[in-house]
Design a protein around this ligand. Structure first.
Ligand code: ZN
Ligand code: ZN
Length: 262
């Protein structure tokens, strides 16, 4: 638990420092934002700043939020102790782990968090938290805001690169800006791919875990390859995901009708 806090703290601190260092670089160099500022037009710089603040706030919200840990009503202190004594090698088969004897459908035990997570999607090392039923929509919203921030930052960084007579002086003048540009470009690509995948999976109402490990999941093994038992149509899936609050009682979802158990 202490280790987890430390990794979580480190990752969050790295994200925050990186974000603000890059923002500072963009404002210090002669970028279009700086030029706006010097002309006294503050709308764009303020908007950019607010977008960065929003992305950081969403990052922390998603990172610190309860992803939908399965409540351990029946857990006893003695169970907690035995759970921590279970050897690592047995974590791959945790259908009946010490925390969640009744594991709801679509839940999965996360070895990193040592908890079962409702409608488990994946454990994200960058937010050092699981993505599950409660924070998945916020995670996708965060990815959208983050991508918008990154693409704007990319544009600003490119606008600030100053020309120079020789390559050497060009590199030394633009060193920080080029470094920021590289980081922003790499993250833009990663976040684009991630967001694309998540929107696709949300549209077919499938989690990353279900998509990657279909053959290992009992309730999906019975379905044919193209069949997604939770799919209610793209619009319905998107509406349920983004607009309907509250948890689905997965405990009460049985496999009586494997075609459409929801
Ligand atoms: Zn568990
Ligand atoms: Zn986790």
């Amino acid at each position: 638990m202490k280790n987890m806090f430390r990794t979580g703290f480190l990752v969050r601190a790295t994200h925050t420092v990186l974000t603000w260092v890059i923002t500072l670089i963009l404002f210090v160099h002669n970028t279009e934002l700086r030029q706006c500022e010097e002309r006294g037009e503050l709308t764009l710089p303020v908007l950019f700043f607010l977008l960065v603040v929003l992305s950081v706030l969403l990052y922390f919200a998603v990172s610190l939020m309860d992803p939908g840990f399965v409540l351990s009503d029946t857990v006893k202190p003695s169970d907690l102790e035995t759970e921590s004594m279970v050897p690592q090698s047995s974590t791959c088969r945790l259908r009946r782990c010490g925390f969640c004897l009744l594991q709801p459908m679509r839940a999965k035990h996360c070895p990193t968090c040592s908890r079962c997570v409702r409608r488990f999607d994946h454990h994200c090392p960058w937010i050092e938290n699981c993505v599950g039923e409660r924070n998945h929509r916020w995670f996708v919203l965060y990815l959208m805001v983050q991508l918008l921030t990154l693409l704007w930052a990319l544009r600003v960084a490119i606008s600030g690169i100053s020309p120079s007579a020789t390559w050497e002086s060009w590199f030394s003048i633009n060193a920080f800006l080029l470094a920021a540009l590289c980081v922003v470009a790499v993250f833009s690509m990663v976040v684009s791919v991630l967001l694309g995948c998540h929107i696709y999976l949300v549209a077919i109402n499938c989690t990353t875990w279900e998509f990657m490990s279909r053959h290992r999941i009992a309730y999906l093994r019975e379905c044919s390859d193209e069949d997604s038992p939770f799919d209610r149509g793209v619009l319905c899936n998107l509406w349920d995901f983004f607009c309907v609050c509250g948890a689905v009682a997965w405990e009460q979802v049985y496999r009586r009708n494997p075609q459409n158990p929801v």
